[in-house]
Design a protein around this ligand. Structure first.
Ligand SMILES: C[S@@+](CC[C@H](N)C(=O)[O-])C[C@H]1O[C@@H](n2cnc3c(N)ncnc32)[C@H](O)[C@@H]1O
Length: 277
């Protein structure tokens, strides 16, 4: 049976599973098996058809309201368990990249990063010469590690101490020569004027306040991660509200990434055309 109904049944089912997992976390192998089953369904053509149907907009929003916060908290917890796991085996960035590229939780992450690099190149951005700030990296900072590996000077900002400790662990292990900094605070407390590019994670608390501070202090590019209704995986992710985007009133929309529909997260790129004294 390969109809949009299969998609909605699976969304309903996986929603109930996420409720149980947030109450009691099963073993990693059990979660891996169940999540792969879910991804098989939502990566199928009928899933894209289901979410593309305008009659389903409300149903998609209801599913997202029920699942996105469950997935966000589960995702954060899993990142710490996986970080603990991978820290035993990953001595180099290449080890880390290989492990995460084949990991069941990060299946589409490499595709997302590839499309972001294509956007940077199309905008003439030379990452190796840029000062970049990543807000909300978590315990598995794949984005900013990949940018550091391409020569960028990296600052990560996370309000959660244990996440910062893991960032320090990975950066000091893979890039002992430096070129990185970890700041334990909310993004809303940062002066962004020194950065050429600011990357705003999709799962931020107080995102509007962070974007307001970006609008007050930034001078370069700001990349905002979000999801959209055409992406079946968006049932697990939070879409940036229009009101949050309006915070970037002094910035100009430049472009966005167009990853395959199997990727849940895409990025919107904005640019400030101002010199700060
Ligand atoms: C789900 S996690 C990691 C996100 C994921 N690694 C990614 O690439 O999008 C989100 C992280 O953002 C941090 N965070 C949430 N709100 C924040 C804020 N306002 N400022 C800084 N960090 C924040 C949380 O502590 C958490 O570690």
């Amino acid at each position: 049976m390969s109809s949009p109904q299969v998609f909605w049944n699976e969304v309903e089912n996986y929603g109930q599973t996420l409720v149980k997992w947030n109450e009691h976390l099963p073993s990693l192998p059990e979660m891996a098996t169940r999540h792969k089953q879910f991804c098989q369904v939502i990566n199928a053509p009928f899933a894209a058809k289901a979410v593309a149907d305008p009659r389903n907009i409300t149903r998609l929003q209801q599913a997202r309201n029920a699942m996105a916060h469950l997935w966000s908290s589960l995702n954060s917890r899993l990142e710490f368990i996986i970080a603990e796991d991978l820290s035993q085996t990953c001595q180099t960035y290449e080890d880390f990249q290989k492990a995460t590229n084949s990991h069941w939780l990060f299946t589409s992450y490499a595709d997302m990063l590839r499309c972001e690099q294509e956007l940077y190149t199309s905008l003439g951005m030379d990452i190796s010469k840029m000062k970049i700030c990543n807000i909300g990296p978590g315990a598995m900072p794949q984005t900013c590690l990949s940018l550091r590996a391409r020569g960028a000077d990296i600052t990560v900002v996370d309000l959660y101490g244990p996440a910062c400790r893991w960032c320090e662990t990975w950066f000091s292990r893979f890039f002992p020569q430096g070129g990185w900094k970890v700041i334990e605070t909310g993004g809303q407390n940062i002066d962004f004027s020194e950065y050429d590019l600011i990357i705003v994670a999709s799962m931020l608390e107080g995102r509007a306040d962070v974007l307001r501070k970006v609008n007050e202090t930034a001078r370069g590019y700001v990349q905002v991660r979000s999801t959209s209704g055409i992406r079946p995986k968006s049932v697990l992710l939070s879409q940036i509200p229009e009101d949050d985007i309006k915070m970037l009133e002094d910035a100009e929309y430049v472009a966005e990434t167009k990853p395959p529909l199997t990727v849940g997260t895409y990025s919107l790129m904005y640019k400030f055309n101002r010199q700060l004294s």
